[in-house]
Design a protein around this ligand. Structure first.
Ligand SMILES: Cc1cc2nc3c(=O)[nH]c(=O)nc-3n(C[C@H](O)[C@H](O)[C@H](O)COP(=O)(O)OP(=O)(O)OC[C@H]3O[C@@H](n4cnc5c(N)ncnc54)[C@H](O)[C@@H]3O)c2cc1C
Length: 485
C-alpha cells in the first residue's frame, strides 16, 4: 500500500520529445471528460527532444516537409504551419517552403512545441496539462497506478504512465584499455550543447561513425566556425549515408500475410530482384526500398530469432545506410569538405586509443579490411556510432531502477524493451502491464522501424486513444444490450 502523498494525475508521460509530446496532445484531444496529464522532461525544451533541439540551420530534416505532419489524419499540418511562419522560415534561410523541401530541424521543433502550448491552452475546464522539468529517477507500482520519482524526495502518482525516453547515447567502443573514455580527449556522445567548446578548440578531430549523426557534427562544426584543420571520419566501411532523390511512390511488391518471406535470404533475394526490375524501367532503387517501410514491422515479426540475428549481423549497416538518407544539400557540403581535404574518411575497426602529449592528444589505432594497421593522432575523439540499444548497458538511473524492479526487461535481440503490440511494457515475470507503456525507440525489438515521425505520430495517436479509452470508458448508450449475470 502506497501511503505517500503527492499530486495525482490520470496520465504521466516521461520524456517530452516528439513521442511524449504527441501522446499528451492526442490524449487531450481524445478526452471526453476532464483529464489530468503531466509531461516530464529533463530540459525545458518541451516538444523538441534531441533531434529537434538543435538551433543549427544546416541541420535539416531527413524527411521532406510533406511527410512531417504531427498528425496522421492531417498530412498538411506542418506545411501549413510553415506557410504561416514565413518570417521565421526566412530567418532560417528557408524562404517559401515547398512540400518536397528538407526544412531545418529547429523549425520542426518550434512547430511541435507550439502545438503543445496551443493544445494546453485550449483544454476544457477541469482538464490539465502540467509540464515539469525533472530527470525522472524511478517508477514503482502503487495502489491504483504508479508512483513517479522526480528525485529522492519528490514524487507524483498517475493511473497510467508512458515511458518516452527516445534514444540513449552511444556505447563506448569495446576496447581493453578504457582509460581514454575518462580523458578530456574523448566525448562519449555527439549531442553537444555546452560541450561544443571542446570541439571548437580542437585542431584535429576524429569522429567515430560515418552516418547521419557524424554528418550533423561536421555541419555544426562548420557553422560554429570551428578552426578544425582535419575532421577524420572512421567506421568499418567508411561510407556515408545515401542521398535522397525525389521519386513517385513505388507500389508494394511483397505478398501479404502467409506468403511473406520468412528468411533474410529470401527477403533480400526478392528485394534485389525488384530493384533490378525497377532499374530496367528507369526507376531508382530508393522508392523500391521505401515501399517496404509500411510493411517493415510485419516483415520483421515474420522472421524467427535466427533470421533476425542474421539481418543484424550481415545486413543492418547496409539497410541503415540506404534507408536513413541525407538531404542532397547535406551530402553536397560533406563532399565539398572532402574534396577540400578537411573531411577525411577511414574504413576500419578501431583497436586502441591512448592519450599522448601529457594527455592533450590521443593516438588511435585501427585495422583496415585488408588487415593493415593504421594510426591517427588527433586532439579529440567524438563518438557518433549510434544510440546504445542494450538497456542493460545504459548508465541511466531511471532505466537501472526499472530493470532492478523488474518492471521492464530487454527484448532477446537487445534492441529495446519487451512490449505488447499496443506498447504495454512486459515485466520480468512475463506479464504485460495495464499501467506502464512505451513508444518509439524502446519498441525497436518488436517493430524494427520505429524511429521517425511517420511511425511515431501513429504510435502516439493509437496509444493516447487507448489510454484515454481505459481511463474514461465510454458509457454504453441507453437501450444497447450489456452483459448481465
Ligand atoms: C539527430 C537526429 C535527427 C533526426 N532527424 C529526423 C528527421 O529529420 N525526421 C524524422 O522523422 N526523424 C528524425 N529523427 C528520428 C527521431 O528519433 C524522431 O523523429 C523523434 O524525434 C524521436 O522522438 P522521441 O520523443 O521518441 O525521442 P527524443 O527526441 O530523444 O526525446 C526524448 C525526451 O525524453 C527526455 N527524457 C529521457 N529520459 C528522461 C527522464 N528520465 N526524465 C525526464 N525526461 C527524460 C529527453 O530529455 C528527451 O527530451 C532524428 C533523430 C536524431 C537523433
Amino acid at each position: 500500500m502506497d501511503s505517500l502523498s503527492g499530486p495525482e494525475y490520470d496520465l504521466a508521460i516521461i520524456g517530452a520529445g516528439f513521442s511524449g509530446s504527441m501522446v499528451a496532445i492526442n490524449a487531450l484531444a481524445a478526452a471526453r471528460e476532464p483529464l489530468k496529464v503531466v509531461l516530464i522532461n529533463k530540459s525545458a525544451d518541451f516538444g523538441r527532444g534531441i533531434a529537434y533541439g538543435t538551433r543549427c540551420p544546416s541541420h535539416l530534416l531527413n524527411v521532406p516537409a510533406a511527410r512531417m505532419s504531427a498528425f496522421v489524419d492531417d498530412p498538411d499540418d506542418f506545411y501549413r504551419w510553415l506557410e504561416h511562419h514565413r518570417a521565421l522560415c526566412e530567418a532560417f534561410g528557408v524562404g517559401a517552403a515547398r512540400k518536397d523541401q528538407f526544412i531545418p530541424r529547429a523549425l520542426f521543433g518550434q512547430y511541435v512545441s507550439e502545438l503543445l502550448e496551443r493544445r494546453a491552452s485550449e483544454v476544457a475546464p477541469g482538464t490539465v496539462l502540467k509540464k515539469i522539468v525533472a530527470d525522472v529517477q524511478d517508477v514503482q507500482e502503487c495502489t491504483g497506478g504508479m508512483r513517479v520519482w522526480l528525485d529522492a524526495d519528490e514524487s507524483l502518482r498517475a493511473r497510467k504512465v508512458v515511458l518516452a525516453p527516445g534514444n540513449f547515447p552511444p556505447g563506448d567502443p569495446p576496447l581493453r584499455d578504457r582509460a581514454i573514455f575518462r580523458s578530456r580527449c574523448y566525448l562519449g556522445q555527439p549531442w553537444l550543447g555546452q560541450r561544443m567548446d571542446r570541439v571548437r578548440r580542437a585542431r584535429e578531430v576524429l569522429i567515430l561513425g560515418t552516418a547521419l549523426t557524424a554528418d550533423d557534427l561536421v555541419l555544426a562544426m562548420r557553422e560554429e566556425g570551428c578552426e578544425t584543420h582535419h575532421i577524420h571520419l572512421l567506421s568499418r566501411h567508411g561510407r556515408g549515408p545515401q542521398p535522397h532523390r525525389p521519386a513517385p511512390p513505388y507500389p508494394a511488391f511483397l505478398p501479404a500475410g502467409a506468403e511473406r518471406p520468412r528468411t533474410i535470404r529470401e527477403l533480400f533475394r526478392r528485394v534485389r530482384a525488384e530493384v533490378r526490375r525497377a532499374g530496367r524501367e528507369g526507376i531508382d532503387w530508393r522508392p523500391v526500398l521505401d515501399s517496404l517501410r509500411a510493411a517493415t514491422p510485419e516483415l520483421w515479426q515474420g522472421l524467427d530469432l535466427t533470421n533476425k540475428r542474421r539481418f543484424l549481423r550481415h545486413a543492418r549497416s547496409w539497410w541503415e545506410m540506404h534507408r536513413h538518407r541525407v538531404p542532397p544539400d547535406v551530402l553536397e557540403e560533406i563532399e565539398r569538405l572532402e574534396t577540400a581535404g578537411t573531411v577525411i574518411r577511414h574504413a576500419g575497426r578501431i583497436e586502441g586509443m591512448r592519450t599522448i602529449d601529457a594527455g592533450d592528444r590521443v593516438r588511435v589505432v585501427y585495422r583496415t579490411v585488408a588487415q593493415e594497421t593504421r594510426e591517427l593522432e588527433v586532439d579529440l575523439v567524438v563518438n557518433c556510432t549510434g544510440p546504445e540499444s542494450n538497456y542493460r548497458k545504459l548508465d541511466d538511473p531511471l532505466i537501472i531502477n526499472l530493470l532492478a524492479r523488474g518492471l521492464v526487461h530487454p527484448d532477446p535481440l537487445l534492441l529495446g524493451l519487451k512490449v505488447a503490440p499496443n506498447g504495454a511494457l512486459e515485466n520480468m515475470a512475463g506479464n504485460y502491464s495495464s499501467t506502464f507503456y512505451t513508444l518509439g525507440s524502446p519498441r525497436r525489438g518488436t517493430l524494427y522501424e520505429t524511429t521517425a515521425v511517420p511511425e511515431l505520430r501513429r504510435q502516439a495517436q493509437r496509444l493516447a486513444r487507448e489510454l484515454v479509452h481505459d481511463l474514461q470508458p465510454p458509457v454504453p448508450a441507453r437501450g444497447v444490450a450489456t452483459f448481465e449475470i
